[in-house]
Design a protein around this ligand. Sequence first.
Ligand code: ARG
Length: 585
Amino acid sequence: MNTLINILTENVSNAFEKCGYDKNYGKVIVSDRQDLCEFQCNGAFMAAKQYRKAPQAIATEVSAVLTNEKIFKKVDVVSGFLNLAIEDSFLLNYINELAEDKHLGIQQAEKQETIVVDYGGPNCAKPLHIGHLRAAIIGEALKRLAASTGRNAIGDVHLGDWGLPMGLVIAEIKERHPELPYFKENFDESQEVDFVVTAEELNEIYPFASKKSKEDEEFRAIAQKITVELQNLNKGYYALWKKMLQVSKDDFKKMYDTLNVHFELWYGESDADQYIDELLKILDNKNLTYTSNGALVVDVQNEDDKVQIPPVMIKKSDNSSNYATTDLATILQRQKDYNPSEIWYVVDSRQSLHFNQVFRCAKKAEIVSNDTNLEHLGFGTMNGKDGKPFKTRDGGVMKLEDLYNTVYEKAVERLKESEFGNIENIEEKASKITVAAIKFGDLINHRLKDYIFDIDKFLASKGKTGVFLLYTIARINSLLSKLEQNESSKIAINNIYSDTEKQLLLKLSLSGEVFKNSFNEKAPNYICENAYEIASLFSNFYNDNHIISESDADKKQVWVNICQIVKKMLIKHLDILGIEHVNAM
Ligand code: ARG
């Protein structure tokens, strides 16, 4: 379905053309002075330069053509600006089409291209902590946004499971349990090993081993050696590593499910290992690699760079692969498996140099074609109320699970004192409210900005919060069930009775444009903002019109239909944000 702005722009562009001017001057925008007009076109100013005429004269000619168009109720020319108001009948037709549209006004892509979204990025044997929250929330929303446009969006968690941390954990387990068969010379991989390690134990072992490696050089050397041997698929280490990996994956999955974050692929850095030889061959054939201080590197500096971009390291001097190696091999893998037109990396902004190097190398080596869009979609940090990176009381890094539980407990409290007094299914509701509060609190900010994590603010039932949106849907449900109007097959709105209604319908009809901009700029915050605006305009409409007691049956039906479409649209917005609604609160 075409967006409302596109339709209006087409009309005004045609009018410019009819008057003998370039079509491109007909761009229509939403007016920033809603008290003066709904839409405007400022093209006459630009046209004035090209055609050496006064803007007012051009706008007047164009307006004469537009007045004959059925879609405009009013066309005013004010000092060269075209101020536009649309016909109610046109707006109503658009709304009715929108309500019936399978995609609720989201423009569908012309080609069914594939976008791989790399997000999440937790590391095996380490717990999910708050540093992983934004990657999960933003990545899930961007993936859903891409999918909502009809593109084939594939989310890949890209686990960190192949570097030195793995060697450190294995080295520490070896010190604690040297008798395990994994460490015997002739380990037989078909053998069942009676060794259980839990996620909690791994979470204890990793920081312990990491600290030890900084103080104990010998231990560090052992861990490095184990890392290389693991990467060379030493049978015993590999079997132990597989066990650890499964424990970690199961643990991550639980938390991600709780947050309504779901990955299509559970690949890790290790899965790219089988592509490394091919990668090296490609780089070698293109004469891109050379040895520097014992390491194999590729130059990625461009002539016109204003800053120095260091070479990207492909093999360390001990011949082990590193972060860049696995990322490049993963691009090769994705290219073979999915031939994506884009790969998005939703990763902390602080990794921008790494991605810049990797992308340049991938393009230089022609692992992907020149028009494949490799894009690092960075994000800022989540801070505590003191404006500093969020910490636990004792200054440590907070586990994601603890953060979730803290919000969940507050959500339960709020529900118990809720004005609805409805505490059925309290656990399910509280968990959905928790997810809505956390995710919306994050996504309402542009991803590149830092923000402050404020539980009380996020859980407020008024203002720009996820809870306000869930509350609005619950309120609509309660109204519809009072009127026994829950399932309506066709939503038709054939009249506009009040001003608050008009404002709401206009906002709804502009959502397609918001989705479009949100996708183009990869900015889910536009969707948050729009959902909030719809919900607040709904609130005005609801307070203004007494739907339940309305005696005019036609009017009442139109209002009920408006409630239905608002509900559908809000649920759509939330769905893209990865937030589930509750039916009652
Ligand atoms: N595991 C990495 C980290 O903790 C994040 C992975 C991001 N994705 C990627 N393809 N490099 O920093």
